[in-house]
Design a protein around this ligand. Structure first.
Ligand code: SF4
Ligand code: FES
Length: 159
């Protein structure tokens, strides 16, 4: 599937550091940020709330088509970290990564990280809560897996 929407208008959220190429989808109660380069098409989002996440529609994310807390809950289950969110009302909180960090590994899969992560890469530090790191070295989006290496079988696993 492809997801190539234009950026929606509005004010950029502050809590999540914008990634180059990431796009924001603004709703009344929640903003959803999507980084296509990190999406590994696990499909948690589209299976969980198809009214909000629908890759056959443009824009493919409609934050006002669902309840903000439910959208945030689904975004937090995106294992690659392609999705992030920010509530319009800061009192509703921000995503917190747990500690210690969980690292999941399996043959033919990237390294799945979840927790309070700080990714150091080429002199830059990126705070994160979820990430799929390349471990084969073939990715064009280092340090993240881009599914170009021997890691395609994980798509058939549940996450
Ligand atoms: S859950 Fe995340 S990685 Fe999976 S399809 Fe949705 S945005 Fe992409
Ligand atoms: S592990 Fe997926 S591109 Fe390297």
């Amino acid at each position: 599937m492809t997801m190539t929407d234009s950026t929606t208008k509005g004010t950029a959220p502050q809590a999540v550091k914008p990634a180059a190429g990431a796009k924001d989808y603004y709703g009344n109660d929640i903003t959803v940020r999507f980084d296509l380069a990190r999406c590994l098409h696990v499909g948690v989002c589209v299976r969980s709330i198809p009214a909000v996440f629908d890759t056959k529609r443009r824009p493919w994310v409609l934050p006002d088509a669902g309840e903000a807390d439910q959208i945030a809950q689904v975004v937090r289950r995106c294992p690659s970290g392609a999705l992030h969110y920010e509530f319009t009302d800061p009192a509703r909180g921000v995503e917190q990564g747990h500690s210690p960090v969980t690292v999941r590994t399996a043959e033919g899969e990237p390294l799945w990280l979840e927790g309070d992560i700080l990714i150091a890469n080429d002199g830059e530090e990126l705070p994160e809560t979820r990430a799929a790191l390349c471990r084969c070295g073939s990715t064009a989006n280092r340090p993240f897996c881009d599914a170009s290496g021997p890691c395609t079988q994980w798509r058939h696993h549940a996450h």
